[in-house]
Design a protein around this ligand. Structure first.
Ligand SMILES: [Zn+2]
Length: 461
């Protein structure tokens, strides 16, 4: 092959379009680990050795070091992951006990994949991914297991077993399989040997200490005070154990993919819907702020032989996943998908969408924008003007030093950028979807998982 032609093929491979070796419609294995902070991954700098399997996947693939979710809790975040639209645009979300489903006209990438001939299937473990909310529409086979208590739900081992059975039973059509792990969500109860390896010495052989039960979360919320620091540190170690457990099961899933000879014909995507707080800003759990610990999530794409192994440090938003997956798999995207793409340089409009986040499970919605190394957050208050916070992400990546008072011109610039999006929302009539049709049983299960009860506004420090 002439050198120039070879170079073109290599370049094409690097950018995900290798005509000689890639199947036109590769399989897609999309793994989401609910509630996984990006900083738990070894490849993101965590020193505890929690995620050797995810780290290996990332080492051979394309890792986005600065990927962010657009909402701090499950329903609106997965709404964006699947629809390629921002939370106030796709309409799925709400607050405790008042839920809205995806707007009826919104299309998801699983629908696009199904229409392109893919066999679509999902294995999910939380009610917010049930058909009542619409965000998983397009998965022909929805294997859903919901339980009233995270510790009694389908765990990572059983989830991997279900995914491997699905791989085993695949037909001749390419598949798009979504696998959702719920173990890192409260309450944290890692099995052995992960409990022994990562828990506080008081908890390595005992399950007496519990953190994140429905009763505990309700009590903390209604009192407006978080639990004591010692308890949170202890809980965080159990969380680490859960992360390590899920990682081991992801290792088993990827090994199954290799053993089936599917590795080179499959695009693997791994991400999370949001993170978790351990007093980073004075609170716990998730849903209640738009700070880094809740929005910075892992994002890895792996397709051996097609996607070159590298680390992308440009900040990206999960809103860009939908169009990117369609491009990589040569599937026609839906018209409503954001134009943002993980592998393309964003224009001003895409930058705005990638950096935008919205929501608050427990009250009035917060709005945030991360752009040009700055984070601007607007916090509404009942009967008072909004409170604005501003952080310089280059010198203060953990958002500890509020500069809104010192840098009012920067805060005003970012407020004007968000106003552009608000104007568009009015022009395009963004609104919530229809109220989710939930039976009392499902609603009670959701409350029991920790999503419910009265809340006093917890003001972070
Ligand atoms: Zn979640």
């Amino acid at each position: 092959m002439p050198r120039r032609a070879l170079l073109l093929v290599l370049l094409a491979c690097l950018f995900g379009a290798c005509p000689a070796s890639r199947p036109r419609h590769p399989n897609l294995l999309f793994v989401a680990i609910d509630t996984l902070r990006a900083d738990r991954l070894g490849c993101q700098g965590n020193p505890r050795g929690l995620t050797p399997n995810i780290d290996a996947l990332a080492a051979g693939g394309l890792r986005f070091a600065q990927a962010r979710a657009h909402a701090p809790w499950t329903l609106p975040s997965f709404g964006t992951i699947f629809s390629g639209e921002l939370p106030p645009e796709h309409g799925a979300g709400g607050v405790a006990d008042h839920y809205f489903a995806l707007r009826s006209e919104v299309r998801t990438w699983p629908e696009c994949f199904r229409d392109a001939g893919y066999a679509t299937a999902a294995i999910v473990n939380v009610d917010f991914l049930s058909s009542a909310f619409g965000v998983t529409q397009g998965f022909d086979a929805l294997d859903a297991r919901f339980s009233e208590d995270n510790a009694r739900g389908r765990d990572a081992r059983a989830t991997t077993d279900a995914a491997l059975a699905r791989l085993e039973a695949r037909g001749s059509a390419p598949f798009a399989l979504f696998v959702h792990y719920f173990d890192a969500h409260a309450e944290y109860r890692p099995p052995q040997p992960f409990r022994r390896r990562f828990a506080d010495p008081r908890d390595t052989d005992s399950e007496a200490f519990r953190f994140g039960t429905r009763e505990q979360i309700s009590a903390w919320r209604s009192a407006g005070t978080p639990p004591d620091r010692d308890g949170v540190e202890r809980a965080e170690k159990l969380y680490d154990g859960e992360v390590a457990y899920v990682d081991a099961e992801i290792g088993r899933l990827l090994e199954g993919l290799r053993a089936a000879g599917l590795e080179r014909d499959t695009l693997v995507v791994l991400t999370a819907d949001h993170g978790e707080e351990f007093l980073d800003h004075g609170g716990i759990e998730h849903g209640h702020t738009l700070h880094e610990e809740l929005l910075h999530v892992p994002l890895v794409l792996s397709w051996p032989g097609v996607l070159a192994a590298r680390v992308e440090t440009r900040p990206v938003g999960l809103v860009g996943l939908a169009r990117s997956l369609c491009r990589l798999c040569e599937v026609e995207p839906a018209a409503g998908f954001s134009k943002a793409e993980l592998l393309a340089e964003p224009g001003p409009r895409e930058l705005l969408e990638e950096g935008f986040s919205f929501g608050n499970f427990w009250g009035l919605p917060w709005t945030a924008l991360r752009e040009d190394g700055w984070c601007w957050i607007s916090i509404p208050r009942k009967g008072a003007p909004e409170r604005v916070e501003l952080y310089d992400l280059r010198s203060d990546p953990l958002e500890q030093q509020d500069l809104a008072a010192q840098r009012p011109e920067q805060a005003a610039r970012m407020a004007a950028r968000v106003e552009e999006l608000r104007t568009r929302a009015r022009e395009e009539n963004w609104r919530m979807g229809p109220p989710a049709q939930l039976g009392e049983e499902a609603l009670q299960r959701i409350r029991d998982t920790g999503y419910g009860g009265e809340s006093r506004e917890v003001q972070p420090k």
